[in-house]
Design a protein around this ligand. Structure first.
Ligand code: FAD
Length: 414
């Protein structure tokens, strides 16, 4: 059979949550998930892995074990989508057709966009929680002082806070292990603010000051010289600094260089090629969906969710937790009543800002960047999640992974 009522591209967080939830609501639906990987990853715990406080092994499970029982798993990779024929083509030279298509292949990490990065990533003192959090932990553990440089790329990239969280953990580790006195921790960010939600930004700036971290805003990583251990940045002329730290600053044409003794970075996050090259993308290459219904703007039987879309909010698993029910509801309404449902996605996303071992701040917000804490936190005796709290750390390290594997991936709303 090459035709499915609902075809899902990608068996990551978004694809599995949506397929499971659809089948939970109606087990008679014919659903196939096209996913080439044998492994499903819980990426939100990679920050903890990089900080040496969670096992990398525990963040992965066999794809088969998360695939909903009544879904067909097609172990293949989509190479092109043909919305006018309601079909997709795959690497194994197959063509599948659908009534409804759910596009959830996540995003692509493209190291080639930073000169010198393909050769240096995950080697020596260059690390990234986005590609190998085990290596990050090795680098942090073996760091003997000097400049610890952390970078944040331009938006959009997945998990707005991840480039910072690992810095706070590393700093805490340096302090506990006597290396902090001989260390300069530097945050070079492509943004001009620490975070877009004012309540959270206020707390984070206090953390930055307490830890005496030097921030260089408006710095975009362009090149790495891993032999000389220099990171090169494009810097806007009116760049801002917070807690200026004395550093060896180099200059080469229009780039500014900072010498490092360890470097944590985020490889450029881009849309997958087969989306960028398709008629489904907007001019920036991300999949073009209505930000409230998650329906494609041109093709009403195509929906998109997760990291691949152009909805203007932070790309996180937490956002998907609120997006999946909208996609499920809309598709079921279209099947039954031939029109969209009325519930809308409000842009909810969240970012668990770990600020040290045993400490966390939980940024929850919507399209307006208003702070929207979940009322359920009150039940955990957390009065103000914009402030550091150990109970939020417990939520992050123990409760959320449990809910992810046992509830969310099974299609239950939490
Ligand atoms: P993914 O989960 O990445 O899955 C995409 C799937 O599609 C993959 O299985 C892939 O194999 C498959 N695929 C790709 N191309 C194709 C193709 N052509 N055909 C078929 N299948 C394809 N989120 C939070 O909520 N909280 C956090 O604290 C948090 N921290 C993070 C920390 C780090 C270091 C990282 C890297 C991410 C973090 N995230 C966090 C973000 C979160 O993990 C992602 O937003 C989420 O996994 C996105 O889900 P997705 O389904 O869109 O993509």
């Amino acid at each position: 059979n090459m035709h499915y009522q609902i075809l899902v591209i990608g068996g990551g967080t978004a694809g599995i949550m949506t397929a499971s939830s659809l089948l939970k609501k109606n087990s008679k639906l014919s659903i196939a998930v096209i996913e080439p990987s044998e492994t499903h990853w819980y990426q939100p715990a990679w920050t903890l892995v990089g900080g040496g406080t969670y096992s990398y092994e525990k963040t992965k499970r066999p794809m088969q074990s998360v695939m909903p029982k009544n879904a067909i798993w097609i172990k293949d990779r989509v190479i092109s989508i043909h919305p006018n024929q309601n079909s997709v083509d795959t690497t194994l030279d197959k063509k599948y057709t659908y009534d409804f298509l759910i596009v959830a292949p996540g995003l692509k990490l493209d190291a080639s966009l930073v000169e010198g990065l393909p050769e240096s990533i995950d080697k020596g003192v260059v690390c990234s929680n986005y590609t190998n959090p085990n290596h990050t932990w090795d680098v942090i553990k073996n760091f003997k002082g000097g400049v610890a440089l952390f970078t944040q790329p331009p938006k959009p990239y997945k998990c707005g806070g991840a480039p910072q969280k690992i810095m706070y953990l590393a700093d805490d580790y340096f302090a506990k292990n006597g290396v902090k006195n001989s260390t300069k921790v530097v945050y070079a960010s492509a943004s001009d603010i620490i975070f877009a939600v004012p309540e959270i930004a206020k707390t984070l700036m206090k953390v930055v000051d307490r830890k005496e971290i030097g921030i260089k805003f408006n710095h975009e990583l362009k090149k790495i010289d891993s032999n000389k251990q220099i990171a090169w940045f494009k810097v806007s002329p009116d760049y801002k600094e917070h807690n200026p730290i004395e550093l060896d600053i180099l200059q080469e044409k229009e780039l500014i260089g900072i010498r490092y003794d360890m470097l944590h970075l985020v490889p450029p996050n881009t849309p997958p090629d087969f989306i960028k090259d398709s008629v489904l993308s907007d001019s920036t290459g991300w999949m073009d969906v209505d930000q409230y219904t998650l329906q494609h703007k041109e093709y009403p039987n195509i929906f998109g969710l997760g990291d691949v879309t152009n909805v203007p909010t932070s790309k996180t698993g937490a956002a998907i937790r609120k997006q999946a029910p909208i996609v499920v509801h809309n598709i079921l309404e279209l099947i039954t009543y031939q029109k969209l449902g009325t519930t809308k996605y409000d842009g909810y996303s969240s970012c668990p800002f770990i600020t040290g071992y045993g400490k966390m701040v939980l940024a929850e917000f919507d399209y307006t960047k208003k702070f929207t804490p979940d009322p359920k936190l009150k039940k955990m005796w957390i009065k103000d999640s914009s402030k550091e709290h150990w109970r939020l750390w417990i939520l992050k390290k123990y409760i959320l992974p449990y809910l992810y594997w046992n509830k969310m991936l099974k299609g239950k709303e939490v």
